[in-house]
Design a protein around this ligand. Sequence first.
Ligand SMILES: [Zn+2]
Length: 190
Amino acid sequence: MNGHEIIRIDSIKWWMTTLTNGSRHPVPLCPDHDLRLTPIRPRVYNSVQRGYVNGYSEDAVELKCAEGPHKIAIPRTFSDEKQYVVDRVDAEVFKGMKVLNLDDEATPIAKDKIKSKNGKHFLTSQLMESKRGLQAVIYAGKKGSPAKTQILITPEEKRLAFDQKDLHPTEVFLKIEATFDDGSKHSIEK
Ligand SMILES: [Zn+2]
């Protein structure tokens, strides 16, 4: 957004301008005549004067185009609608951004690594604490090879899971079996 774009939202054209303090200020334009639209101040009841008076422009729910003139209704108050336009423009940017999910972040609390006698294969087991509970992660593979298998065991789900991006567990193991505290078992085998 370079400040010279026109965005169409709620059947109105919005010209996105930037104020000197850096904040963005959408200006409504008539979709047919490209004229700036003026908010029509709502009539509000004033209990002191016992009658209807003009309310604030920011509370307007109708905009006026000088050509005609004709009116265009907006689904929110003028002030909320302008914020909505800025939010919609930003949502387009946020949509394309990568998400760093700290909810799923797990902290390692114990780690153990074992090697085969000839040193060619390794197995690392790690105990992780996360918001979703305790989980065990097992990595196994050939030493020096970037390909490995990663098996995730979550006691709550009572099953073995693995990452599709890595080697399938059966490419490393003949059989893996997990036994949970309720006696149930889950295995992956060739
Ligand atoms: Zn118009």
